[in-house]
Design a protein around this ligand. Structure first.
Ligand code: AMP
Length: 352
């Protein structure tokens, strides 16, 4: 039987890790990406350099693949739809349409009774003034922001008076949550009520960029349970196939909120490569390629440290211990705030 070919849109480190996981289960990969230096080029079987609105290249890519997925969610919806006409895209493009936009994403969550922070749609300075009940708040662009990009903290009327909104952009104002902890739940949905779910992963951010993740998380059993139920509900309501990540906040009064959903594998789940028998990447591939679902088990507790910007230089020639796993994303240039690699440290489970 010829090997299945998986098409991956995007060639960053998540693309690399997806391609490596695909190889493990005997699936070939073809990546399309607009960056000639895409790190994932080194991990895929085939690479197409193209921007995401080149119809001819998009068609060539789609026709070469048996199934298509993506490593980042901000792909134009039209591109996903075009690909979907030739080859099935999973998770389905209409899921991306909801999640790409912070406003439709939060509306969806509230509609299914999942708590988020209070928020309002903002298109101009007047609307900001009308929503001062949400201060202190964070003003975010509805689309295309990540790792704190496109976000402004607004604490006072003075801040509102000083801000200049871009009339071409749409915004959301979110009430600032008094954060006690942040964590994420990674879940892979194979079919209706058929899941593999990882235990909640505690996350620590610096300058709004993920710095550390660890399991076990230091949160109450009640919250652990509730967050897993919410994550499954979200996946079920979206009719999601594949791995997704739900990011949570806990406030100082132990209230639980969903911050956002990532319709893809996620940075906080990198530790699953070493801590579990099946990683978030392999589970994603198993789900979208209709492979066998293997019961996912934790083998080790773990901590993951993101190596951001010049951090990586201290690790490239380092000697590592048996329980330390270093990943260099092989990016051609070190840049400030750029995720360059990560280190996972595994720890024996108590009963082993
Ligand atoms: P985001 O891009 O929305 O995931 O935000 C990046 C980070 O900013 C989060 O991980 C939080 O640390 C912080 N943040 C975002 N939204 C809020 C909020 N409404 N309240 C408090 N902190 C927030």
């Amino acid at each position: 039987m010829p090997k299945k070919v998986l098409g991956i849109i995007g060639g960053g480190q998540l693309g690399s890790m997806l391609a490596s996981a695909a190889r493990k289960v005997n699936i070939k990969t073809i990546i399309i990406c607009d960056d000639p230096n895409a790190p994932a080029k080194k991990f895929a079987d085939e690479f197409i350099l193209s921007n995401y609105n080149n119809d001819q290249k998009i068609e060539e890519f789609a026709k070469k693949a048996d199934i298509v997925t993506f490593e980042f969610e901000n792909i134009p919806y039209l591109t996903l739809e075009k690909i979907n006409k030739f080859t099935k895209v999973l998770p389905e493009p209409n899921i991306n349409k909801i999640i790409q936009n912070r406003l439709t994403e939060k509306d969806f969550l509230n509609k299914i009774n999942i708590k988020t922070t209070l928020y309002a749609s903002i298109e101009n300075e007047e609307e900001l003034k009308l929503n001062k009940r949400l201060l202190p708040g964070l003003l975010k662009t509805c689309t295309l922001g990540y790792d704190g990009k496109g976000q402004h903290e607004i604490n006072s009327i003075e801040d509102i008076n000083n801000i200049k909104l871009d009339p071409k952009k749409k915004y959301i104002l979110e009430k600032l949550v008094k954060l006690k902890k942040e964590f994420s739940v990674i879940v892979t949905r194979f079919a209706s009520e058929k899941y593999e779910i990882y235990e909640p992963i505690e996350n620590y951010h610096e300058e709004q960029i993920l710095k550390n993740s660890k399991i076990p998380s230091d949160i109450s059993d009640d919250i652990k349970e509730k967050s897993k139920v919410w994550s499954k509900t979200i996946a079920e309501k979206l009719n999601y196939i594949g791995t997704m990540c739900v990011e949570f906040f806990i406030d100082k009064n132990e209230n639980l909120y969903v911050n956002e959903i990532a319709p893809r594998v996620h940075n906080s789940g990198h530790l699953t490569i070493n801590s579990h028998n099946v990683s978030q990447f392999e589970n994603h591939i198993r789900a979208i390629c209709s492979l066998e679902k293997i019961p996912t088990k934790k083998l080790f507790n773990a901590e993951m440290i993101n190596l951001i910007g010049s951090d990586i230089s201290n690790y490239r020639n380092k000697k590592f211990k048996e329980n330390e796993f270093f990943y260099d994303y092989l990016k051609n240039e070190i840049k400030n705030k750029r995720k360059m690699g990560h280190l996972t440290i595994v720890k024996k489970l108590k009963n082993k």
